[in-house]
Design a protein. Structure first.
Length: 510
């Protein structure tokens, strides 16, 4: 049974602490673990190494580092906004405060769309590696082919989704306990894989051994700006998810400071891990179209499935288990972000009040968690039945959504603190220049990717009427958000009149 929490006051008082969430449940380490889990490095790299290498070749480490820069800049803005007004709604609340209800609503829609898209893909990857693992354990290769059986695939996916929803429904204590084990395991296996790859290079047993070259770190060696922007969009995807540590700010010890530190720590841990794996894979396999080369289209969709055996030998089964645990862990932790965003939207009257309900026993947004699971499950089932290519193209569309809402949030930081920027070097840099630069870069990448994705050859090559499917997916998602927003404006005008969440700045008391 759930109970509704009282909404925001019509006077506009900023009551972020009145949503009914449990207080002080997560410390710095727990928040970092949840952040790393949501990013899901093993799952993310398994699907992103190949496409990224296909776009930028040997400049893979460079594009990972360049993609890290706007993430770091945006994280600075998130940290400053969280210090000023810790709120589980993050993008929704902060953009509404800075720019007003319309921008805040669409920014939060970008976040919700990205998480729903990635939940479906996480579930799909979990299913693939579940049956691959069964085949490796039993020696029956036919079991791996069960993932291509659509009814079996969808049914298995729904089971994974239900289990992840159940754990998330039980609150952050259950989430944190599960994540410690799963995150530690996948990080250990990725480090093992990287060390083994370098070992083969040293021993002369690598597939296409290459010495690490300074040119690999030169982003200007990428052959075109379109390739550069495509690579950045993919690297935005591989870093995305760290902001989950901000959505749990009301449930964190030291809610004004700990989430910001956790976000920065998470990003630094991830970039170090990604560089180790990227350099190991490049040194071992190269970018040719040979059997194990990153230029081979047959292995690009899942690099680890092709390279784990040659690199790790009989212990390759650990990589399958790591990707499975990574996608499963992220599937569960990713529920945290949309559930708390919808909780805040219900709390402030931007969605029906049912979304503001919490579970009395677990003090978690139970209704919103179940709603996210149902939407993601339905989306996966429909997309899987239509086409595997459609499901794969959602990854690129997801990158567009991430650039969109990260960019809005970063610029909201600049606008919210605009009257403080002349008060010294620190506020100018931390509240103005750095987040502003990160936001502008991400919105540029968003526009460039939208333009490039109109090409029918973009992504999987699927198209409708001569227009690339990635572009159609991205635009359709945004237009759907606008339509839902208009419906909510008609039904709940108080929020859109600024009565429940008014526009303010850092010098104005909300």
């Amino acid at each position: 049974m759930t109970t509704p929490v009282a909404g925001a006051t019509t006077s506009g008082e900023h009551d972020s602490g009145g949503k009914g969430l449990a207080k002080g449940r997560v410390g710095l380490l727990g928040a970092v673990v949840i952040g790393v889990s949501c990013i899901a490095p093993a799952y993310t790299l398994s699907g992103a190494l190949g496409p990224s290498a296909a776009v930028v070749g040997e400049q893979l480490p460079a594009i990972f580092l360049v993609g890290f820069i706007p993430m770091l800049l945006v994280a600075v803005g998130y940290r400053e906004l969280n210090r000023a007004m810790p709120d589980a709604g993050t993008t929704f609340t902060w953009a509404s405060r800075a720019f007003g209800p319309w921008v805040g609503w669409m920014g939060s829609w970008g976040l919700l769309a990205a998480t729903i898209l990635v939940l479906s893909n996480l579930a799909g990857i979990a299913v693939d590696f579940f049956y691959l693992l069964l085949a490796q354990i039993t020696g029956d290769d036919a079991l791996a082919d069960l993932t291509r059986n659509v009814p079996v695939n969808v049914a298995t996916c729904l089971v994974f989704m239900a289990l992840a929803c159940w754990i998330s429904y039980r609150g952050l204590e259950a989430t944190k306990a599960v994540q410690y084990v799963l995150v530690t395991f996948q990080v250990v296996v990725l480090v093992w894989f990287s060390a083994a790859a370098f070992g083969h290079v040293v021993d002369g047993t690598a597939f296409d051994a290459s010495a690490i070259s300074p040119e690999w770190f030169n982003p200007f060696a990428v052959d075109s700006f379109s390739s550069f922007a495509a690579g950045i969009s993919l690297s935005v995807f591989i870093y995305w998810g760290w902001d989950v540590v901000l959505t749990i700010n009301e449930e964190t010890k030291g809610s004004a400071t700990t989430p910001g530190r956790a976000a920065l720590t998470t990003i630094l841990v991830i970039v170090a891990l990604y560089m180790a794996v990227a350099l190991g894979v490049l040194s071992y396999a190269g970018v040719t179209d040979g059997a194990h080369g990153l230029g081979n289209e047959d292995i690009q969709e899942n690099v680890f499935a092709a390279l784990a055996g040659p690199v790790m030998g009989p212990m390759a089964i650990l990589m399958s288990l790591a990707v499975l645990s990574s996608s499963t862990a992220s599937l569960q932790s990713t529920f945290v972000s949309p559930a708390r965003t919808m909780l805040a939207m219900g709390h402030y009257g931007a969605l029906p009040p049912s979304y503001a309900r919490i579970t009395p026993r677990f003090q978690s947004p139970g209704y919103a968690t179940v709603a996210a699971a149902l939407v993601a499950s339905a989306f996966y089932a429909v997309m899987r039945i239509l086409s595997e290519d459609v499901l794969w193209d959602t990854i690129t569309a997801l990158g567009m959504m991430v650039c969109f809402y990260y960019g809005i949030t970063a610029l909201a930081c600049v606008w919210y603190f605009r009257k403080e920027l002349r008060r010294g070097i620190r506020p100018f840099l931390m509240k103005g220049l750095l987040p502003g630069l990160g936001g502008v870069l991400l919105l540029i990448f968003f526009v460039q990717t939208c333009y490039d994705s109109m090409d029918p050859s973009y992504g999987s090559g699927s198209q409708i009427g001569g227009v690339g499917l990635v572009f159609i997916l991205g635009v359709t998602v945004l237009l759907l958000g606008a339509a839902v927003m208009i419906v909510q404006r008609i039904r709940r005008p108080e929020f859109f009149r600024g009565e429940t969440l008014p526009r303010t700045d850092s010098t104005t008391s909300a």
